[in-house]
Design a binder for this molecule. Sequence first.
Ligand code: AMP
Length: 468
Amino acid sequence: MENLCWKEECGVFGIFNHREAANITYLGLYALQHRGQESAGITTSDGKCLHSHRQMGLVADIFHENIIANLPGRMAIGHVRYSTSGSSNIKNCQPFAIEYSLGSLAIAHNGNLINDIPIRKRLVDSGALFQSNSDTEVIVHLIARSPLPTVEDRIIDALSQVKGAYCLVILTENKLIAARDPHGFRPLVLGRMGNSYVVASETCSFDLIEAEFIREIEPGEILIIDENGIRSIFPFDSVEKKQCIFEFIYFARPDSYIFGHNVYMVRKKLGELLCKYCPCDDAEMVIPVPDSGIPASIGYANCAKIPLELGLIRNHYVGRTFIEPKQSIRHFGVKIKLNITSEILKNKKVVVIDDSIVRGTTSRKIIKMIRNGGAKEIHFRISSPPIISPCYYGIDTPTHKELIASSHSVEEINKYVTSDTLGYLPIEALREAVSNPEEYCYACFTGKYPLPFPKEELEQLNLFRSLR
Ligand code: AMP
């Protein structure tokens, strides 16, 4: 079977009625860069037709003035994408823009569908020609093939057939449409800039463009913005909210407000809870693993009443590729990003805090660096529970085989990463950090998936992940 491309960890943005729509979308995507660094794209509408630019690379490297000048119109959508697929290429960059019987349409998607393979097969068998190997293109085909008379009806028709995680921004010649799946796995927010409406994956992009945050787009909501204003429809049966708790732990930017919370405040609270559940007697200081461990470390240090010190310093200018010497320097991969402050660490009993352990390989290198820096005791604390199962709803996590906690006990992981002690935040504590804990998906920590997926789909995803 063709090796499909799994589009994981993306950011979306859309704007309606702004004379600099492309430029604002560029800024919106710039603020969402953490959600995907592999490719970016913008599609605008000048009221008659759509204009697109999609390219591999970072937002600021792609959208130069001359490119933005070629994206005219008062409406735009944009996308940043991250996928570690070997087949990642320009064909899979979004937004996807097409011509169909009702005119032009472009779409950008954050999340992962879980039943796209059987739908794709059915479509291919009936003659559909796919341009990419992304799950998003299935939605495009379903919209194009729907017999219904309006684009709104066709979107409802298409979305009623797909299952999984999606936050979508869709652009036609004269409408901006946003949709969030009924479980609300991924975040999507609505804002206003004067007479313009904006939608984005996270509020951090509104802050940059000085847009006012109005509200979150609800799970199951389809929002239509056109010359008549803004209206919402909820065409699907309502189901339990299952928002991704990992957005709080690692993925979203700490300055964003999503799922009813400021991300930084949740992370800090996770640190306080970590201190309560996994204390470390006589520790002299807290050392965050930058940047992901910083907010939790502040919470832990406050609660433990010990200082927080920057025993690890991050180089913020690390590019994606560098030439590594073959043998002469050990652990080069981590050293290029992080260095130790040995003056801080020497002969100290330290608590090192990170947000999560995935494979354990980076953590092991970090702990060894801190040990080489002279720390006397290293107590490793993680502000999330052990990750035991892969995410199939849009976060890039490896297969069971590579997830260290899927097959190793906490004590075995402690041995592997070479810390003196290791403590994870218990799941009950994670649930304490949010106001409506039943409204979240914890599948990566529990293996209990709120949406069951077809076996074939699961095999394909695991194959893709194991091949990269
Ligand atoms: P590892 O050594 O493989 O356990 O990596 C741990 C680090 O990966 C932690 O610092 C996390 O912040 C980071 N991390 C967690 N989830 C992801 C993800 N989905 N993509 C990239 N890095 C991640």
